[in-house]
Design a protein. Structure first.
Length: 395
């Protein structure tokens, strides 16, 4: 694994915008605009490195499924902050019926510098983004700049194939694709539009709308779209913890509670993904696989041995935080501190530093197979909303 600099292509911004990346710049607090898509550098991997990472990702995915089974079997929902008895029952039912429910993709965030085993930082299994840039623009960049190289990137083909395999699980009628109007950058909109296109290429009839446009028909007890058509299936780039607590949250549970009757809505990702998109999963994984080479020590009740003299330090992470929100870092030897909100206390793993750039690997899974890689860099120790996306090649 190596970081190399390169001159950006003339007109790169217009090029990637035309490829669907309509958010190539990030606005910083001082009002300046700086590249989010950053092709002034790229990362190089060897084929053996990528093959080892693929094995790691698929092993981690299998371990996460085993942890989800453990949560359901041993009623560990409270550790995830899921305490509503009805929601507990419905998530458990969703897990038991998972073979009947479409489930598409997820993204592992890994700490890796080319030496030693990759370490799991977290699993974004419900509403992962940075998909558009990983699947399309970085592939086209490679074809233009390094036509004889390769890339860890079979995302598009695997997504289309996954939709084709799972189409028989969908109820009759169009599959709706929903994003939130609260998305100011266009990232959620384009992620959903891209996934809709992969479904369309698989032969699935689709429709698009925003989450805010979804309505409720009291007479039929059904969700309806902006044309008052029943929503029998819906891919939503909208977290389950929001969906179940919004104004229409009880109606969402109602549609899950009907057990296959005419009022049921098939939501993608399914409700059991709540078990994987929660950072309490990290502590449960460490319980089940203590000392595993791809895991970092993690606890729910405090930093334990991670703090104090001789301790490696720790990161405290809210169970449902996104894009680094709420993450607090405590260096080696720091005193043990617990927070009022439920958190996961994870062994500190400083992100690899390449010429002052802190890098995290986003490794994609489609269904249960490793499917591609996206790389983000940040200037600080936490990958946040100001991170940059860089392409990669296999040489």
């Amino acid at each position: 694994m190596e970081r190399r600099t390169i001159e950006p292509r003339p007109g790169w911004q217009q090029t990637v915008e035309a490829q669907g990346l309509v958010y190539p710049l990030t606005r910083y607090p001082d009002g300046s605009l700086r590249p989010y898509w950053d092709e002034s550098a790229y990362y190089v991997f060897s084929l053996p490195e990528v093959e080892a990472l693929e094995e790691t990702v698929e092993e981690l995915h299998a371990m996460c499924l085993a942890a989800a089974a453990h949560i359901v079997e041993h009623d560990r929902f409270a550790d995830l902050g899921i305490t509503d008895p009805r929601l507990v029952r419905l998530v458990a039912e969703s897990w038991r019926r998972r073979a009947e429910l479409p489930s598409l993709y997820g993204r592992f965030d890994l700490c890796y510098d080319g030496s030693g085993p990759a370490k799991l930082l977290e699993y974004n299994a419900d509403t992962p983004t940075s998909l558009v840039e990983a699947a399309g623009p970085q592939w086209f960049w490679m074809e233009e700049r390094f036509p004889d190289a390769d890339q860890w990137n079979s995302l598009h083909e695997r997504l289309v194939d996954a939709w084709r395999r799972q189409a028989p699980l969908l109820p009759p009628g169009p599959l709706h694709f929903a994003h939130s109007d609260g998305d100011e950058l266009g990232e959620d909109l384009m992620t959903v539009a891209y996934l809709r296109e992969t479904a369309r290429q698989a032969g699935i009839d689709t429709e698009a709308l925003s989450v805010e446009e979804i309505g409720w028909d009291r007479l039929s007890g059904r969700f309806v779209d902006d044309r008052l058509r029943f929503i029998r299936s819906c891919f939503k780039l909208y977290p389950w913890e929001w969906l179940t607590t919004d104004r229409f949250g009880p109606r969402v549970l109602d549609t899950l509670d009907n057990g296959g009757s005419t009022g049921t809505t098939c939501w993608i990702e399914p409700a059991w993904k709540m078990l994987l998109s929660n950072k309490a999963l990290l502590a449960i994984l460490w319980e089940l696989y203590p000392g595993h080479p791809h895991l970092l020590a993690s606890h729910l009740d405090g930093p334990r041995e991670l703090a104090g003299p001789g301790g490696p330090g720790y990161a405290s992470k809210p169970l449902l935080g996104r894009e680094g929100a709420g993450v607090e870092l405590h260096g080696p030897g720091s005193a043990a501190e617990t927070r009022d909100e439920p958190c996961c206390y994870q062994e500190l793993a400083p992100l690899p530093d390449f010429d002052g750039n802190r890098v995290v690997l986003g490794a994609w899974v489609v269904e249960s197979e490793a499917a591609g890689l996206g790389i983000r860099e940040s200037a600080g120790p936490v990958t946040d909303e100001y991170a940059r996306f860089l392409p990669h090649v296999i040489l």
